[in-house]
Design a binder for this molecule. Structure first.
Ligand code: C2E
Ligand code: MG
Ligand code: MG
Ligand code: MG
Length: 292
């Protein structure tokens, strides 16, 4: 395999293979400095309303720009951040930066947009999470409905009673809650009736089974049932990792509400998002003029 710390380390780090123990330790130590030294950054992946094809939100995704090893994907350092507890300050930085960016797009005259932020288990367990989130919303001056907290199904049900209270408080304030990677972590379906959430993010494993031209296949039955069930429970559905036109066509036929994935856009720098939003607004205006 390629040498981990050589010239080509950027290549190596973008893979998903587990790190050898010695390299984990090195990265773990470097992570302590990453925040202070401004090496972390956010990219934003657009979320599209399937019916109108408009961008209605973005998901903030963290990246680590390591001075020697290049770009490191979150799959390689979020667990390290969890283990060291660094996820709490890092997570707070993510929340604050994502909300500040949302505000900056508004200040630039762009239409209101929702920003989704991923929360880790340790953040969710932190007794100050609710206060901190409300504080950041206040400081950045965004509408609470512009913030969407993504929590994976597994983390949520792990500590349902405790999680529910905090999340309900946030939802009452107007913040949205999404269940990330839905369909991969449940132990029983009963918990769905008490889910403190607004949106189900259907896991990519269901989406990859679509678009094969086999509507009778079991993979289709699963995706369709998840969407149907979510709607009966008054939850909206967003499909993650939509990569092909055929997958989108199937999701559209199934009544899925939103989609996110490489078919539309990869995660982008903030100024690229602004450019897309400007193009969208200009297209809207062109259409309005045509109608008038
Ligand atoms: P996630 O929240 O499920 O995010 C979706 C992941 O799928 C992202 O990977 C995104 O780049 C990728 N993706 C989007 N569209 C497609 C597609 O069409 N095809 C494929 N194959 N992949 C697609 P990324 O950015 O590497 O993030 C991985 C995970 O790291 C995230 O999964 C999330 O669990 C975690 N993560 C990222 N940022 C943060 C953060 O700020 N805080 C925490 N706690 N976790 C984060
Ligand atoms: Mg997510
Ligand atoms: Mg996900
Ligand atoms: Mg995922």
């Amino acid at each position: 395999r390629a040498k981990m710390w050589g010239e080509n380390s950027v290549q190596v780090y973008s893979s998903d293979a587990p790190l050898p123990p010695s390299e984990r330790l090195i990265l773990k130590n470097h992570l302590r400095e990453a925040l202070a030294q401004d090496q972390l950054l956010l990219e934003y992946q657009p979320q599209v309303d399937i019916a109108s094809r408009r961008i209605v939100g973005v998901e903030a995704l963290i990246r680590w720009n390591h001075p020697q090893y290049g770009r490191i994907e979150p799959g390689r350092f979020i667990t390290l951040a969890e283990e060291t507890g660094l996820i709490v300050p890092i997570g707070e930085w993510v929340l604050r930066s994502a909300c500040a960016q949302n505000r900056a797009w508004r200040d630039a005259g762009l239409p209101a947009l929702k920003t989704a932020v991923n929360l880790s288990a340790r953040q969710l367990k932190h007794p100050e999470l609710v206060d901190r989130v409300l504080e950041i919303i206040g400081e950045t001056g965004i509408a609470p409905s512009c913030l969407d907290l993504e929590i994976t199904e597994g983390i949520l049900i792990d500590n349902m009673e405790m999680n529910r209270q905090g999340l309900q408080t946030l939802r009452q304030a107007g913040v949205q809650v999404s269940i990330d990677d839905f369909g991969t972590g449940y132990s029983s379906l009963g918990y769905l009736t008490e889910l403190p959430a607004d949106i189900l993010k259907m896991d990519r494993s269901f989406v990859t089974r679509l678009g094969q031209g086999e509507p009778g296949a079991r993979g289709y039955a699963l995706a369709e049932s998840i969407i149907h069930m979510a709607h009966r429970l008054q939850l909206a559905v967003i499909a993650e990792a939509v990569e092909t036109e055929e997958q989108l066509a199937d999701l559209t036929a199934m009544g899925c509400d939103y989609a996110q994935g490489y078919y539309f856009h990869r995660p982008l720098a903030a100024d690229k998002v602004a450019e897309l939003l400007r193009q969208q607004a200009a297209a809207d205006q062109g259409q309005a003029l045509q109608v008038a």
